[in-house]
Ligand binder design. Sequence first.
Ligand code: SF4
Ligand code: SF4
Length: 244
Amino acid sequence: MLFDSVPADRKKYTLQDTFTFSCHRGLPCFNACCRNKHLPLSPYDVLRLRKALRLDSDSFLVDYAVYALDSRSGFPVISLKMNEDEEKTCPFVGDEGCRVYPDRPTACRLFPLGRATRSGGAASREQFFFLQDIPGCLGKNESKTWTVERWLKEQGALPYMAINDKMLDLLFHPKREIGKPLDDRQLQKLIVACYNLDEFRAFVEKTKLLDASRVDDETRERIERDDTALLMFGLAYLTATLFE
Ligand code: SF4
Ligand code: SF4
């Protein structure tokens, strides 16, 4: 979430600030939050969910993703397609909780926190955290105390945030006029490199992009066998070429 999307009266938390929270099956609200929500998916969220579900990129995007263009940022937003039942339940919630828990998306890892960010490049990224206002969530009445930093580590959120921040750098790219919508060519390029890694892999092979990019042998080998390395390469490729 961008800085100015967070209501001004919301308390801003740093990594060292504390909050109380505990989520467990004993609470009457267990699973109640996994429905009727807008759940944006970052490129790394899509990668992890797709792997957990053993789906190719096209199948995941068709079955589980909703596409929209964010009018504020001018960037595409991919979010999780909720079930078409009355409560709009998450497709991954079951009686025992989240069925993709080890690969759950960033927003679910951060909850009950939200994260607001902005970037002037890798050297000047800024962030703050805030407590989400979710009616009926009883976890925030529990007594267990966390620092924000410990919560993020415990939830495995840090690698997600690090990769998501590369996307943030694209949003705040120095060659881009903030908020200017991407044109069709830029949109297509970004969607393929970030969200459809199968298609991007085929493009990289067909165009011999790794040769042209002069990556070293070790990096090349990683990109060829690992989708996370391919995504990182794709983000670097977009940073270098999207706003040429
Ligand atoms: S992905 Fe898991 S934690 Fe997130 S809303 Fe769905 S069921 Fe809940
Ligand atoms: S509503 Fe809050 S406490 Fe209840 S299951 Fe969801 S996150 Fe946990």
